[in-house]
Design a protein around this ligand. Structure first.
Ligand code: PLP
Length: 452
């Protein structure tokens, strides 16, 4: 029985909102890396919510900044006014982003940010006399959002096929799941092999029709912290440049310090043309997302009459005040350095767990975006039978023990169960010990239940 069905059987009616089948525990309060429900049970937030609460819960500086802004002005339409928090946040981001990514556009979430990236790229192509370019190449598996446009570049058969023929399914190349490959190539050679698949796809589609390539520098939700070999990045940029194709980095999950650098792509000094941000940008204190692009992209679009886009809540002053205060807290608390240092500790602990639980393998990731796979046999990379629902059971067993981990089944390419551990970037060494101890108990219980 799952935690959620247990709650349902306890007599509560299914939720009236959010279309969930069964009620969740009622959240009561949250502080640091912990949440409590109404019954007083404590949960360690080992997934930072949806890998977004980077600065942890209950941060007073952010709450106070939002209160101040609410007392001043809660909403002013971006068509009519600029607001100081939006201007300052844009400035703060531009100063931290690479490659002249200094033109910032605010939205309210990750899917909206990706959607806006796709539209900006397309409008750029049209106004610069390249109207035949419209295809955005994505990867399988991948996750870039849940709106019709962002689903078009998402590599997840279950999510995308449910809505066909709505939207426009885009061409996909395999994500560099190099840990699964069984060949004689070195890791770096494998990285180049996967990058070269982009060139083959461009040639197959017709280079004149291809507008952009969209990827996460470190694959999050769909691939559980997949880190491509170093060789991948430079070759991808080279191929994009060769064919005049824009490189879009989706930094919704990897951005704002999560991986131990400000951006995931900063580990390789990547120079994308456009990036999407959300999640850690407001750390969950308000709905907020952004895209950042270079003047080369935004300039011609603005000159031609402006970006044909806009949401009522884009650039909301309270959300931007939250984002600005989050940036301040990331600096003040040294969270990027802590993510790097604590990430090393946690990775080491996860690797130790794999020695104890042989069905866990391929620990990977950077900073505090770490993941691993569950295998029937990690040596031959044989997946567990899907009907075991091992990753769903893992989440439930952990939740019952007061630990929240992130798990999502990879639905495209070879089947796999995996999970991520991604606590807030404020996590301490002692708290990592706590997380790993509960995770160990959870894996013990999983092994007993599934006979692993
Ligand atoms: N892009 C990436 C890389 C994500 O991980 C997510 C969410 O998990 C999204 C986009 C969509 O963000 P949101 O859920 O805020 O719409």
């Amino acid at each position: 029985m799952t935690v959620h069905s247990a709650a349902a059987e306890a007599g509560r009616k299914p939720n009236l909102f959010h279309f969930t089948r069964a009620p969740r525990p009622m959240v009561d309060r949250a502080e640091g890396i912990y949440l409590w429900d109404r019954t007083g049970r404590r949960y360690i937030d080992g997934s930072s919510g949806a890998v977004n609460v980077n600065i942890g819960h209950g941060n007073r500086a952010v709450i106070d900044a939002m209160k101040r802004q609410m007392n001043q002005v809660c909403f002013a339409y971006t068509i009519h006014f600029e607001s100081e928090p939006a201007v300052e946040l844009a400035r703060g981001l531009a100063a931290r982003l690479p490659n002249g990514l200094e033109r910032i556009y605010f939205v309210s979430g990750g899917s909206e940010a990706v959607e806006a990236c796709l539209k900006l790229a397309r409008q750029w192509a049209v106004v610069t006399g390249q109207p035949k370019r419209w295809k955005i190449i994505g990867r399988m598996p991948s996750y870039h959002g849940i709106t019709v446009g962002s689903l078009g570049v998402t590599g997840d058969d279950v999510l995308t096929k449910a809505f066909e023929p709505m939207g426009q399914p885009m061409p996909l190349i395999p994500a560099p799941m190099v840990h699964r490959d069984n060949d004689n190539l070195s890791l770096e050679e494998r990285g180049l092999r996967y990058a070269d698949m982009l060139e083959a796809k461009i040639l197959g589609e017709g280079p004149e029709s291809v507008l952009a390539f969209l990827m996460e520098p470190i694959g999050g939700a769909a691939t559980a912290a997949l880190v491509p070999p170093d060789s991948y990045f430079a070759r991808i940029r080279e191929i994009c440049d060769r064919y005049g194709i824009l490189l879009i980095h989706d930094e919704v999950m990897t951005g704002i310090g999560r991986t131990g650098k400000f951006l995931g792509g900063d580990h390789w000094n990547c120079k994308p043309d456009i990036i999407s941000l959300s999640k850690g940008l407001s750390s969950g204190y308000a709905p907020l997302g952004a895209l950042a692009a270079t003047e080369r992209i935004v300039g011609p679009v603005v000159a031609a009459g402006g970006f044909l886009h806009g949401h009522t809540y884009g650039g909301n002053p309270v959300a931007c005040a939250a984002g600005l205060a989050v940036l301040g807290e990331v600096d003040r608390l040294g969270l990027i350095g802590n993510a790097a240092a604590m990430g090393e500790v946690l990775k080491g602990e996860l690797e130790a767990l794999t020695r104890h639980f042989p069905f866990v393998g391929d620990v990977r990731g950077k900073g505090l975006l770490l993941g691993a796979e569950l295998y029937a046999d990690p040596v031959t990379k044989t997946p567990l039978p899907p009907e075991l629902n091992a990753n769903v059971r893992l989440i439930d067993l952990a939740f019952e023990r007061g630990l929240i981990v992130y798990s999502r089944r990879v639905r495209g390419g070879p089947f796999s169960d995996n999970f991520m551990v991604a606590p807030p970037l404020i996590v301490t060494r002692e708290q990592i010990g706590e997380i790993v101890s509960v995770l160990g108990d959870t894996l013990e219980a999983l092994a007993a239940e599934l006979d692993l």
